[in-house]
Design a protein around this ligand. Structure first.
Ligand code: FFO
Ligand code: ATP
Length: 185
């Protein structure tokens, strides 16, 4: 099977079994508060939740209140990295590609800390997303940025198929805390 087909199969499997519930989101936010020190980042890349994803919006409010600049991605054409736009509580949002939403404010400088949504992840830090390759391209273009993947622990799988463009996440946090990532064996 080709890599793309293996990824597609895993994507369908995890989407079919995905569960979301607010208590788990609250625990995930608490784990991120406890284990991710935003300093010295000033510009933080968040994400506006898609249906079924953990909703971290309370965290964006909190970090904004603490004085960080919160940026949310605009989903560009396939093949292009994400472009980040500044968000503030209550700001106007626009509908974008694939049911995503982004702030109406013009694009600005990129983030130095990026929270990365995931459909599935494994113990080695490999991540599966919706299949646009957006975060791989975005992180490749921001080599100095810190990336933190987040998901519920139920989204962990034995092994995420990966190829030359996939970027391993150096840190993954679930509602159970930071995942102890193992070096690739
Ligand atoms: N909340 C959120 N925003 C995000 C992402 C994400 O994973 N979560 N992305 C992470 O990269 C980017 C958007 N990436 C996407 C890439 C492809 C599709 C896509 O093909 N969607 C299918 C339906 C998939 C389904 O729900 O079954 C479609 O529109 O037909 C969606 C999002 C940027 N913004
Ligand atoms: N830096 C890159 N340069 C060229 N192609 C890339 C790059 N990153 C990813 N791709 C390609 O984009 C396609 C989609 O990638 P992949 O299936 O890994 O997406 P994903 O990580 O699940 O999605 P997303 O990040 O949007 O949530 C693949 O064909 C992959 O090879």
């Amino acid at each position: 099977m080709t890599l793309e087909i293996r990824k597609r199969e895993l994507r369908l499997r995890v989407l079919a079994s995905r569960v979301s519930f607010p208590l788990a989101d609250a625990a995930l936010i608490q784990a991120l508060r406890d284990h991710v020190d935003p300093a010295p980042a000033t510009r933080i890349g968040g994400v506006w939740p898609l249906p079924g994803e953990p909703d971290l919006r309370p965290l964006w409010h909190e970090l904004h209140e603490q004085g960080h600049v919160i940026l949310l991605p605009e989903t560009m054409k396939r093949g292009e990295p994400l472009r980040f736009r500044p968000w503030s509580p209550g700001c106007a949002m626009q509908s974008g590609r694939h049911r995503t939403e982004h702030p109406a404010a013009p694009p600005s400088d990129p983030p130095d800390l990026v929270f990365v949504p995931m459909l599935a992840f494994d113990r080695q830090g490999w991540r599966l997303g919706y299949g646009g390759g957006y975060y791989d391209r975005t992180l490749a273009a921001l080599p100095g940025a810190r990336a933190v993947g987040y998901a519920l622990s139920s989204q962990q799988v034995e092994a995420v198929p990966h190829g030359p463009y996939d970027i391993r996440l150096p840190m993954i946090v679930t509602e159970q805390g930071p995942v102890r990532l193992q070096p690739e064996g």
